[in-house]
Design a protein around this ligand. Structure first.
Ligand code: 13P
Length: 342
């Protein structure tokens, strides 16, 4: 294993002003997204939609990497160029989601364990040949009455570390994603407590399983008020609590923390990231690895119609640019309006 190379790839993914597009929606998730715009989820529609995102001109100024899904890494742009090659040619690093989803955790009602470890070493080999240079695995933690259990936290942390060790062995940078869901009416203090317990388990397992912090990235939730909580924390409070939590648990040797958006509105996701970077410098780069918060306006503008491709690309480009500004703490909500009137 070449740690120097892993570290270089991780650093390139969190290069100044850049972040990740998460376009690794599974078949069932992309179907949900397409249902919301009344488009049938066929293989060709999925290909055309991803093609639109990946060929957006100039977006590579703000996007350093793209996370692909198993189907997508095997698909090609309209001119026949395989997607991983197309991305590489623009200086964008291709990555791949390698877990196969969260399944019910045995004897633990309401909790899940992420599967996909069996045969992973061979799959990683294939993905590397297809052009992937980094990987992603998502563990899911829910907040509720008496959950999460320690059982759920530690089994998910163990699986995340096994995935990370196998990825580093294969020369691929693991993006370790323990997502604490923000569904529910819990307070921001409760989010802090659960995120803290989660990160403790994850970094204990990563260390026990010999994962090199220099050659990985962390993809966590932000510490937010539950979405149904009557008391919603401000962007500044979210930034303070999130940083306080991560300073306790994430080694400074980890090159970057790339947040998921997790169902926040796109502008909230940008404003929260901006507030954190405005409080810097921090021991790690703080960046984004957004799915919905980068794609929502583009998906809506597209609506499955060829004539809307340019409008969709403009919408995606705009969100990428706003999040790039948030990387340096230079974002302001006025920039949203300026763009609309420009
Ligand atoms: P969201 O930003 O939509 O949460 O998606 C990121 C992701 O990759 C979830 O696994």
């Amino acid at each position: 294993m070449d740690l120097e190379k892993l570290n270089q790839t991780a650093q390139a993914i969190v290069a100044e002003g850049k972040g990740i597009l998460a376009a690794d929606e599974s078949d069932s998730t992309i179907k949900k997204r397409f249902d919301s715009i009344g488009v049938e989820s066929t293989e060709e529609h999925r290909r055309a939609y991803r093609d639109l995102l990946f060929t957006t001109e100039g977006v590579e100024e703000y996007i350093s990497g793209v996370i692909l899904f198993d189907e997508t890494i095997r698909q090609s742009s309209l001119d026949g160029t395989p997607f991983p090659k197309l991305l590489e040619s623009k200086g964008v690093i291709p990555g791949i989601k390698v877990d196969i989803g969260a399944k019910p955790l045995a004897l633990a009602e309401g909790e899940t364990i992420t599967e996909g470890l069996d045969g992973l070493r061979d799959r990683l080999e294939e993905y590397r040949e297809l052009g992937a240079r980094f990987t992603k695995w998502r563990g899911v933690i829910s907040i509720g009455k008496n959950i999460p259990s320690e059982y759920c936290l530690w089994t998910n942390a163990h699986a995340l570390a096994r995935f990370a060790a196998l990825s580093q062995e294969a020369g691929l940078v693991p993006i370790v994603e323990p997502e604490v869901l923000m569904d529910g009416d819990h307070s921001i203090e409760r989010s802090f407590e659960v995120t803290s317990r989660t990160l403790h388990a994850v970094f204990t397992e990563l260390r026990d399983q010999r994962v090199h912090p220099e050659g990985m990235l962390l993809k966590p939730n932000m510490v937010l008020s539950g979405y149904e909580s009557p008391q919603q924390a401000s962007h500044e409070q979210v930034a303070e609590e999130t940083i306080r939590c991560f300073k306790r648990h994430v080694p400074a040797a980890v090159p970057g923390i790339v947040f998921l958006s997790g169902g926040q509105s796109d502008e909230d996701a940008t404003a929260n990231l901006n507030a954190m970077n405005a409080m810097g410098p921090h021991p790690w780069q703080l960046s984004f690895s957004y799915g919905r918060a980068l794609q929502a306006p583009a998906l809506k503008a597209w609506g499955g119609k060829e004539e809307n491709v340019e409008a969709a690309q403009r919408a995606y480009y705009h969100r990428a640019k706003m999040n790039s500004a948030a990387r340096t703490g230079m974002y302001a909500p006025e920039m949203e309006r300026e763009a609309v009137t420009a």
